[in-house]
Write a protein that binds this ligand. Structure first.
Ligand code: SF4
Length: 284
């Protein structure tokens, strides 16, 4: 039995950067806080809490100390109230996510109605949308565009997308939007790292009998990898930890492909590989 781990597995640049910034700050300044998890991996967040990097739900939960802004960013209003309270702030928002926010400001300044393709509940979308005017729309790719938009045909549209969307979703949704105006400005804000992982997941799913996708169940990029992989290989399992693995998954299996989300640490990937090796010995 062969186990193939995708080359692009483990922390992406934005996640590694956020974690390093948080660790440096906690070494220098003691306890630091993040509003919401710094990245979408519960195991990493738990390890970081042992090093004084604590998750709070709301700003109101702290009176002083240091805040580190997580990789997905925080809404403008939250940032402004932290500044007013005199709380020290270190911004660990991923530069790709910050770039999307700058495009929103640019589009707004140029009079475009902003359309953001993505999941409105994701923190990255809440951050970006907080810099967009009220008439902006966050559009789920699967949504019926005509129900949601209520656009005047003549209004010019500025389009960006969540960094973890698939290029296919972006292209399909943008093509539909072409019916709603005759003037557009479109920025492809998909993260190159996310695209590379998706491409690798497709290739690996095609040559594997079983696919294991490792990463937080709350991680948008991991969920997308799992969805893409499942479309090609129905024997796809999305897990967070090695102890979720079941030996029955590997019956009559030659090749097992492993992909991991951008917030999955190397130590979890290694544990999964070892567990699969052990499980394969006990397959009946
Ligand atoms: S997946 Fe891309 S956008 Fe998201 S944190 Fe990593 S580098 Fe940044």
């Amino acid at each position: 039995m062969r186990i193939i781990v995708a080359k692009n597995s483990g922390f992406c640049f934005g996640v590694r950067r956020a974690i390093n910034l948080a660790l440096n700050l906690s070494e220098k300044s003691g306890d630091v806080y993040t509003i919401g998890p710094i990245i979408h991996n519960p195991q990493v967040v738990k390890e970081l809490s042992k090093k004084g990097i604590n998750v709070i739900k709301k700003l109101g939960n702290i009176r002083s100390g240091n805040i580190i802004i997580r990789a997905h960013g925080i809404p403008r209003q939250t940032l402004e109230s932290a500044k007013k309270r005199g709380i020290k702030i270190l911004d660990a928002t991923c530069p790709y996510v910050t770039r999307s926010k700058k495009y929103v400001e640019e589009l707004t300044g140029e009079g475009y109605r902003v359309i953001i393709i993505g999941n409105p509940h994701h923190p990255e979308m809440k951050y970006i949308a907080s810099y967009a005017p009220r008439d902006s729309v966050i559009l789920k790719p699967e949504e019926m565009i005509n129900k949601k938009l209520r656009l005047k045909q003549s209004r010019k549209l500025g389009i960006i997308t969540q960094t973890t969307q698939s290029p296919e979703n972006f292209i399909k949704t943008t093509s539909k939007l072409l019916n709603y105006s005759n003037e557009f400005k479109i920025f492809n804000t998909i993260c190159p790292d996310a695209t590379n992982r998706q491409t690798e997941a497709v290739k690996l799913a095609k040559r594997s009998d079983v696919m294991i996708v490792i990463g937080g169940k709350n991680s948008a990029n991991t969920n997308r990898l799992a969805a893409i992989s499942k479309e090609i290989q129905p024997n796809t399992y999305h897990i967070e930890m090695a102890n979720e693995i079941k030996s029955k998954w590997f019956k009559e299996t030659d090749t097992i492909g492993i992909v991991a989300g951008a917030s999955t640490p190397d130590w979890i990937i290694k544990e999964v590989v070892n567990k699969i090796r052990d499980s394969s010995k006990t397959v009946k």
